[in-house]
Ligand binder design. Structure first.
Ligand SMILES: Cc1cn([C@H]2C[C@H](O)[C@@H](COP(=O)(O)OP(=O)(O)OP(=O)(O)O)O2)c(=O)[nH]c1=O
Length: 194
């Protein structure tokens, strides 16, 4: 049996490696458009499932267990994905500045017989951010491939006042959820411990 991480995210790869699981990486290319009136929790679940299913249904997914995951920033019921431009990133960071938002991270694990899904929800409080900081942050290159235009694990850590929930969940792959789902498929963690 092969375990496949259906993701192009270097953060997800790093986090899965951190628990000593052996896996292959095979990014899924899906349409990430939000449906009209789609609730953020429904969106995250749909994306996680579609990413996993795209790989399970491909040639590389045969006989595999596939992991699909999605991370979304939610502020005032609005879904913040990755920024399309500097202007877009500044608009998101302006909304997040000096207040609380939520980060949803879903994980779907499936094989041809069954699938299981888990969701992690984390509350994040940002300090106030000045426009100069936002512009300089954009120049760092960090925000461009991250939901909500920030990375808690990078320079973006300076924005954080506190969090309540899962650090790995904000970063892209909640390990609390991941370890439970792996157990359900009898996949061992710490395979690479020695
Ligand atoms: C909020 C936040 C997000 N992110 C990243 C995690 C995800 O890689 C990305 C959210 O976009 P996703 O669409 O969840 O993931 P992705 O496109 O990077 O990878 P794939 O769909 O192939 O699995 O934002 C951080 O790295 N740090 C953070 O603090």
């Amino acid at each position: 049996m092969t375990l496949i991480l259906a993701s192009a995210s270097p953060r997800r790869k790093q986090l899965l490696k951190q628990i000593g699981v052996r896996f292959e990486v095979c990014p899924a290319d899906i349409d990430e458009t939000v449906l009209p009136d789609e609730a953020p929790t429904d969106y995250v679940k749909r994306m996680s499932e579609q990413k996993a299913r795209a790989i399970l249904n491909s040639d590389s997914g045969r006989d595999a267990v596939v992991i699909g995951s999605d991370t979304t920033v939610v502020c005032d019921q609005h879904i913040f994905g990755k920024p399309e431009s500097e202007q877009d990133a500044i608009a998101m960071l302006t909304k997040l500045s000096g207040r609380e938002h939520e980060v949803l991270s879903g994980i779907c694990v499936m094989n041809t017989d069954r699938e299981h899904y888990g969701l992690s929800r984390t509350r994040v409080w940002f300090k106030p951010i000045s426009i100069e900081q936002m512009k300089r942050y954009w120049q760092s290159g960090e925000p461009c491939d991250k939901a909500g235009s920030y990375g808690i694990q990078g320079f973006g850590s300076a924005f954080i006042d506190r969090i309540e929930g899962s650090f790995s969940g904000v970063m892209g792959l909640p390990l609390e959820v991941m370890t439970e789902l792996l157990k359900r498929f009898n996949i061992e963690i710490w395979q690479d411990i020695e």
